[in-house]
Design a protein around this ligand. Structure first.
Ligand SMILES: [Zn+2]
Ligand SMILES: [Zn+2]
Length: 165
């Protein structure tokens, strides 16, 4: 999973909002906050390079945080989770707890069906498109088995050796 490929998960609208926010924040610093900071040692007296760096670099944190929110939205969608709910949690739960929870609780990525190449969500043992068996499933209740199981975690059926995942 390369970093640039993961970046493509972020919706275009998130980038637009992020860079508009960056431009607005930078303009506010440049035209209002810095000229207002008069007095000894005030930002007004900083060298040009220092004032430019402050006005252009500080708002980058805004781009970073909006990119993370956008990533969670796009990533939740491709994993078959609820993108709106997770994005709102990431934005509104304080101290980044929503973001941390998302990365702890997110479902695995869907896998490609070997027969028809449809993407199958991690919780499904069978391909919804062609019916091929994508992951080991319980012979009794039919739910997806997880690696290392000797008994089905859902219904308790003992799994024959050849059916263990
Ligand atoms: Zn299929
Ligand atoms: Zn079962």
């Amino acid at each position: 999973m390369s970093f640039t490929r993961e970046l493509r998960v972020i919706p275009r609208i998130a980038w637009i909002v992020a860079w508009l926010g960056w431009a607005g924040f930078a303009a506010t610093l440049w035209f209002a906050a810095i000229p207002d900071d008069t007095g000894p040692g005030g930002m007004v007296n900083w060298p040009l390079a220092g004032r430019l760096a402050f006005a252009l670099l500080l708002p980058l944190f805004l781009v970073g945080i909006i990119a993370v929110w956008g990533y969670i939205c796009g990533d939740a969608k491709r994993r078959g989770m609820r993108p709106v709910m997770w994005t709102l949690l990431a934005i509104f739960v304080p101290y980044a707890i929503g973001i941390i929870l998302y990365f702890i609780l997110r479902d695995p990525l869907p896998t490609e069906c070997p027969a028809c190449h449809t993407l199958v969500l991690a919780r499904f043992p069978f391909c919804p498109h062609c019916g091929a068996n994508v992951r080991a499933s319980c012979p009794q209740c039919g739910r997806t088995l997880e690696p290392g199981w000797v008994n089905c975690g859902y219904c308790g059926t003992r799994l024959p050796a050849h059916q263990r995942p």
